[in-house]
Design a protein around this ligand. Structure first.
Ligand code: SAH
Length: 252
């Protein structure tokens, strides 16, 4: 199996594929003002197996298009939606987040937790804006520095992995420059990384390695996850995912 296939195997049975939490999805929904509205069209981009999709479907009067480029994740999301009695509100769409097939100004909200980095924050907020109705909501979580200064080890790691990592104030300025106004911001608490994401991931390592016959490639995949996890544990006061909830301005 190649690295992508191994990563899919390791993550497909997880509740979430990145740091986050149902309470934090609900907090972002509260900041968005969407719960008061009816008949919404919402896209959840880079939805994985649907942690946020299921919360959105429960909390909103909405049709949700759950978008990911990995069909094994979407299949799992469909099973979860059926089990939760939410299948009639959710449609899955296998597509790349850089080539979305939505009509211009067709969506009331674009949701994306722990995924916009795959396109890059600046490119994502610029390209997705056209799909939002004027006044529509963009809600994204994104790797964010919690302080103005940070240890060099941490800075070097993330600058190599994701050079767009920045402070919340810099991300908010980017949103404003791209034609949005901020509705709210919060940083994910440590629990979203450890209890909700890394601990369940660690608990799957052994069974995953066993199923892969302890291949060198599988061992490499686990080692990379462990390095990222150890880095987070060391430096959790300096970095998290920031949750940015913004509204598309009307064109000037
Ligand atoms: N939102 C989910 C998953 C986050 S992990 C959660 O919070 O649990 C990032 C997701 O983005 C993965 O499911 C991955 O398959 C998806 N992804 C990565 N690059 C993508 C791309 N170019 N187009 C569409 N989806 C992509």
């Amino acid at each position: 199996m190649d690295e992508l296939a191994l990563l899919i195997e390791l993550h497909r049975n997880a509740e979430r594929q990145g740091p986050g939490g149902d309470d934090e999805t609900r907090l972002a929904i509260a900041l968005s003002g969407l719960a008061a509205r009816e008949g919404l069209a919402v896209a959840d981009i880079g939805c994985g197996t649907g942690a946020s999709t299921l919360v959105l479907a429960r909390e909103l009067d909405a049709r949700i298009t759950a978008v990911d480029f990995l069909s094994p994740f979407l299949e799992r999301l469909e099973d979860r939606a059926r089990d939760a009695g939410l299948a009639d509100r959710i449609e899955t769409l296998e597509a790349s987040m850089g080539a979305l097939p939505f009509e211009p100004a067709s969506l009331d909200a674009i949701w994306s937790e722990g995924a916009i980095y795959n396109l890059g924050f600046a490119r994502g907020i610029a390209e997705w804006r056209q799909f939002l109705k004027p006044g529509g909501v963009l809600a994204v979580s994104e790797l964010t520095w919690l302080t103005q200064e940070r240890p060099a080890d941490l800075e070097q790691h993330w600058m190599l992995e994701y050079a767009e990592v920045d402070t919340a104030s810099a991300k908010i300025a980017r949103l404003e420059a791209a034609g949005y106004t901020l509705l709210g911001y919060f940083a994910l608490p440590e629990r979203c990384w450890l209890a909700n994401y890394y601990r369940p991931l660690q608990a799957r390592f052994d069974a995953f390695l066993e199923a892969q016959g302890r291949s060198a490639a599988a061992i490499d995949v686990v080692a990379a996850e462990q390095r990222e996890l150890a880095l987070y544990e060391r430096f959790s006061s300096y970095v998290s995912y920031g949750f940015f909830v913004a509204r598309r301005l009307h064109d000037a």
